[in-house]
Design a protein around this ligand. Structure first.
Ligand code: MN
Length: 128
């Protein structure tokens, strides 16, 4: 089975580098985008198995990006997980309404992150 494709949408270079490093080290095929419009383009081109979405991104914010992904038949079935420092209940509700199906709070926990990703992809974690 080919490695799962994960699109990471994040405008902070340090956060993006960390997430990309952790995912690639665990064998995932990682695509990246630094803003909402780029995220839409990369998602259409590569149809990732999972999309990690920073909500505070330029061009098109994360909520609008999620809505656009869900409105496009080419990308509607891609699971979207908000990767966000917005952890107030209202923020989560807005993200769910926009089409996100879960959250990973930032700063990410480097110990549990890969397990969470594996669970989201329905795989067995490599180190249970
Ligand atoms: Mn951001």
């Amino acid at each position: 089975m080919p490695p799962a494709k994960i699109l990471v949408v994040e405008d902070n270079a340090d956060n993006l580098a960390l997430v990309k490093f952790l995912l690639e080290r665990n064998g995932y095929n990682v695509f990246t985008a630094g803003n909402g419009l780029e995220a839409l383009r990369v998602a259409r081109e590569n149809h990732p198995d999972l999309l990690l979405l920073d909500l505070a991104i330029p061009e098109l914010d994360g909520w609008a990006t999620a809505r656009a992904l869900k409105a496009d038949p080419a990308t509607a079935d891609i699971p979207i997980i908000a990767l966000t420092a917005y952890t107030m209940p209202g923020d989560q509700q807005r993200a769910l309404e926009a089409g996100c199906q879960g959250f990973i709070p930032k700063p990410i926990n480097v110990v549990s992150f890969i397990r969470e990703i594996a669970d989201l992809l329905g795989e067995k974690a490599k180190n249970p």
